[in-house]
Design a protein. Structure first.
Length: 284
């Protein structure tokens, strides 16, 4: 059985979609989290995985946690997604900034990235790969997206624990918008972030680790073909350093992700990432 579970942290409620599994040996049932849905006030129907999205029980429980304006919020989320898709593919940066600002006036920055920006970028990639969007339009959209994230990152300053996080990609990986989004969000959360960009050889990454002594390294891999480059990078780092390493990104968001000499994070919302990091770098 699949249902919504709420967890209270301080004064806020957080929702999870969970599955109850019967353990016949212990004659008891246990709960397995299918997906973390987010802060109760902000969860909308789209956050429920497609296969459970039309389950009347789940929807009514969702509405009960957010009865007043769930429809209004859902409409606003859908509208922001449609507008962002249009303005990115038109190459209109100013309008994209406006959409971002209007959205975060009501919602928040992590939700902008998780619920608007990422799905819109996925749609752009899908339309490009099945020929409905030209390569030129996809490039215009990616460039505007990149600048938009840069502008958001520049506006953010963080204060907090100042644990140091380094983010990099294996050589050959040109996708870095995910790294930029991680940089902006983790900065808000108080981490000091070193975002290395693309085309940095393993030797320079190792040198940087020795010099700056980050508390953890995040490696982002988007293209399947870059997985082996990622595995080689981890292997080389491991010959010189015991730094904790997390692997994530589009290429790892599959059922059986490849093995690394490091921990692989599947699909995780932005809000889940600091929790995973804290467990590793601030275990107490
Ligand atoms: C923008 C884009 C580009 C831009 C990149 C611009 C840039 N500077 O980054 C350009 C045009 C350069 C490009 C090039 C290519 N691309 Co491209 N691209 C995309 C697109 C549309 C969006 C990617 C993106 O920015 N998403 C938004 C960010 C925020 O999401 P994200 O990267 O997933 O990151 C989030 C999480 O994954 C997570 N995360 C990321 N890293 C990590 C790491 C850790 C440790 C953790 C915990 C979490 C985490 O946090 C992030 C924030 O939420 C995707 C479509 C898609 N579905 O993603 C295709 C896509 C990734 N590209 C694809 C392809 C095929 C290519 C090309 C090979 C095309 C070509 N023939 O030239 C080249 C390859 C270039 C290379 N060698 O790397 C395919 C990949 C298929 C595959 N699985 O291998 C996709 C999926 C498109 C498709 N549907 O076919 N691309």
């Amino acid at each position: 059985m699949v249902y919504i579970r709420a967890k209270k942290v301080k004064s806020d409620l957080y929702l999870y979609l969970v599955k109850s599994i019967w353990d016949s040996k212990k004659s008891t049932s246990k709960q397995e989290i299918i997906k973390y849905l987010g802060k109760a006030d902000n969860v909308v129907k789209d956050d429920i995985p497609e296969e459970f999205r039309n389950d009347a029980k789940i929807l009514s429980v969702l509405a009960s946690y957010n009865p007043k304006d769930i429809q209004k919020r859902e409409d606003a989320t859908l509208k922001s997604k449609q507008q962002l898709y249009k303005k990115l593919t038109d190459g209109n940066l100013d309008e994209c900034i406006k959409i971002y600002k209007n959205y975060i006036d009501v919602f928040n920055i992590p939700d902008f990235f998780d619920k608007i920006f990422r799905p819109v970028m996925a749609k752009i990639g899908e339309e490009w790969s099945n020929g409905r969007l030209s390569i030129a339009t996809e490039h215009v959209a990616s460039n505007v997206a990149q600048t938009l994230v840069k502008i958001i990152v520049e506006q953010i300053s963080g204060a907090g624990n100042k644990k140091k996080i380094m983010i990099c990609v294996p050589v050959g990986e040109e996708h870095h918008i995910g790294c930029d989004v991680l940089e902006s969000y983790l900065t808000i959360k108080g981490f000091k972030v070193f975002n290395m960009g693309t085309s940095i050889p393993a030797e320079s990454i190792i040198e940087f680790i020795n010099m700056k002594k980050p508390d953890i390294l995040l490696i982002s891999i988007t293209i399947n073909d870059n997985i082996s480059a990622g595995q080689r990078l981890v292997k080389k780092i491991r010959e010189h350093s015991k730094i904790p390493i997390l692997i994530g990104g589009y290429a790892t968001q599959i059922k059986n992700p490849p093995k690394f000499e490091a921990e692989v994070v599947g699909d995780a919302s932005l809000e889940e990432i600091p929790k995973i990091l804290r467990k590793i770098v601030l275990p107490n």
